[in-house]
Structures are given as C-alpha cells and as structure tokens.
Design a protein around this ligand. Structure first.
Ligand SMILES: Nc1nc2c(ncn2[C@@H]2O[C@H](COP(=O)(O)OP(=O)(O)OP(=O)(O)O)[C@@H](O)[C@H]2O)c(=O)[nH]1
Ligand SMILES: [Mg+2]
Ligand SMILES: [Zn+2]
Length: 299
C-alpha cells in the first residue's frame, strides 16, 4: 500500500532545485524534484507526492498558460509561470537601462503576457528625465504608471485585481518595496542601493508568489542585470517589437531580417520617423547575436 498521497499544488517559491508548494489540502511543503527535471517556476501547478506534512517530491506539472523566461547563449532562466501580466519596474535612481526594458518587453510580447511599466521613486527630482525616456513606450500603447512606493501604491492596486502579476526589473528599482506597500505582511527584504556603484545590491534572491487577495497574486523576483532573449529566433524577435508588427511582410524580400537589406519596410519606417532609431538598433544587435548563435549551433 502506498501511504504517500498525491496532492495538487501551486509553486510559491523557487530556490534553485527546491520549491515551496502550496497544496490543495491547505498545507505548504518544501519539495524537491525527481530525476533531472528541475525546470519548474513560481506559478507552476504541480502534482506532488507528499512526504509527511511538510515535504514532498514534484512528479508532474500541468501545461502552462504562459511562461516568462530569459536566456543567454548558454542557459535559460525561468522567471514565472501562468502569469497574466508583468510589471516592469524602473526608477530614476539607480539609473536604469532602456535596453533591459526593450528585451523584457520583447520577451513578454512573445510569451503573450500583458506588460505594464511602473516608473517608481517618482518622489525623486530625476524622475522627469526618466519619464521622458519612457514616452516611446506609451506611444507603442504600453501602459505606464508613475508611483512612489514609499508614499502610496494605490494607483497600482486596481491594475493588479484579478491578475497574476510578476514584478521584473533591475536590482534596486523598488520591486520588493512595492510588494511590501501592497501587502505589509509580506515583509520582503529591501535594501538601500549602493551609492558608490550606483546599482542595486541584488537583495531578493529568489522568486516568491504572494496572494494579494482571493483572485490576485503577485510574484516578486530577483533583479536582473540583463534580460537575454536568445530563445527568440530572428523572425520571432522582429514580431516581438510591437511597432514592427504591422510592417512585417511588406519588405521587398520575403525573408528580410531587417538588418540592412534593400527595400526593408522597417528601415523605411525608421527613415520616415515612425520607428525610433534606438529601438531598431537594439533589435538589430539582438538579431545579429541570435543569428550568430543559430549559425554556431549548426556547425
Ligand atoms: N525615494 C524612493 N526610494 C524608494 C522607493 N521605493 C523603493 N525605494 C528604495 O529603493 C531601494 C531598493 O528597493 P528594493 O525594494 O530593495 O529594490 P528591488 O527592486 O526589490 O531590488 P532587488 O531585490 O535587488 O532586485 C530601497 O532602499 C528602497 O527603500 C520610492 O518610491 N522612493
Ligand atoms: Mg527585491
Ligand atoms: Zn525588412
């Protein structure tokens, strides 16, 4: 007789090879994986074999409705599963990199996850400059919200209702501070940014899911330095740049990669002022890099 029951659960924390699973029986168990498979993420719905009241082994994972991940040339890093929305958090201090926003946005579009940009720390005088830098995204139809998590997050609350959202961004932008303001009992660790380095200190070390209310969840994640999108092939990458979408298929060559081919509709749109040169340059750099990797993997 097998006395270890199978339970259904939700991964609420992912620490490398171990996972915290909130189970259908109301218990929370620290779980490991079986065999080589450990590609689970916060938000995954899993079956586990319970071992006692507080441990278990993950045995299966339900098909995902969405998966957010980043990747470099060597590996993929899962961020969150089954999220409906991602909140890209930026702040004027420490300064943020627009390319991280571009890459993150591309990954979200490709994964079918709704983006929302939050400009946090709007109490700081430098935020006016940050807002200007972000206007191209609002022109693309991406929602943008200004906040000061230290003062109030009430503008964000209605945006999270009924959604499973994930906070993403560079270190020190205030993701965990936003979480704590929404849910004081989360008591997530936050930390002053480094004045000498002008960067965050990578305070949050693993992804964790919190229940805001019965139907809204929020996942806090560790800050990233870069948001690699090596998993997107060149065609997919072009389609993940929102402003390129209506132009795809209109280039002279059907297999145009929008690098420097003649008759490229996207290059023409840029020349006509309809696409910002910076975004096209980012796309081209990423596309070149991904093509190089594709070639390498064929060799
Ligand atoms: N002035 C100001 N500072 C803020 C605000 N929100 C957060 N901070 C500060 O910014 C610093 C970093 O905040 P965290 O919440 O730890 O940042 P994080 O994005 O979670 O960083 P990682 O966990 O490293 O990714 C802390 O000192 C916060 O107090 C804000 O609205 N205004
Ligand atoms: Mg944090
Ligand atoms: Zn083209």
């Amino acid at each position: 007789m097998n006395s270890d029951p199978t339970l259904q659960g939700l991964i609420t924390a992912a620490y490398g090879r171990s996972f915290r699973v909130e189970c259908g029986d109301g218990g929370t168990r620290e779980c490991v994986t079986r065999g080589k498979r450990n590609d689970y993420a916060c938000g995954d719905e899993v079956s586990i074999t319970a071992q006692g009241s507080d441990q278990g082994v993950i045995t299966a994972c339900a098909p995902r409705r969405s998966l957010l991940y980043r990747s470099d040339q060597w590996k993929q890093k899962l961020i969150a599963a089954n999220v409906t929305q991602a909140v890209i958090v930026v702040a004027p201090l420490p300064s943020f990199d627009l390319e991280v926003v571009d890459c993150c946005l591309a990954a979200l579009v490709a994964a079918g996850i709704k983006p929302l940009i939050v400009l946090n720390k709007s109490d700081l005088p430098e935020s006016a400059k940050s807002l200007t830098a972000l206007t191209p995204y609002t022109a693309l139809g991406v929602q943008l919200l200004q906040l000061s998590a230290r003062d109030s997050v009430s503008a964000l609350t209605p945006r999270l209702a009924g959604e499973r959202s994930v906070l993403v961004g560079e270190s020190g932008m205030g993701k965990s501070t936003i979480l704590n303001s929404l849910l004081p009992q989360a008591e997530a660790h936050t930390q002053e940014v480094s004045a000498s380095l002008g960067t965050g200190k990578h305070t949050t070390t693993h992804a964790k899911l919190y229940h805001l209310d019965q139907r809204s969840e929020l996942i806090d994640t560790p800050g990233v330095q870069a948001f690699g999108v090596h998993h997107l092939g060149v065609e997919e990458l072009a389609a993940a740049f929102i402003e390129f979408r209506p132009l795809i298929g209109q280039c002279r060559f059907r297999d145009c990669r929008h690098l420097n081919e003649p008759g490229c509709a996207i290059a023409e749109a840029q020349a006509a002022g309809q696409i910002t040169p910076r975004r096209l340059a980012v796309y081209r750099r990423l596309a070149e890099m991904n093509l190089k990797n594709e070639r390498r993997s064929w060799e």
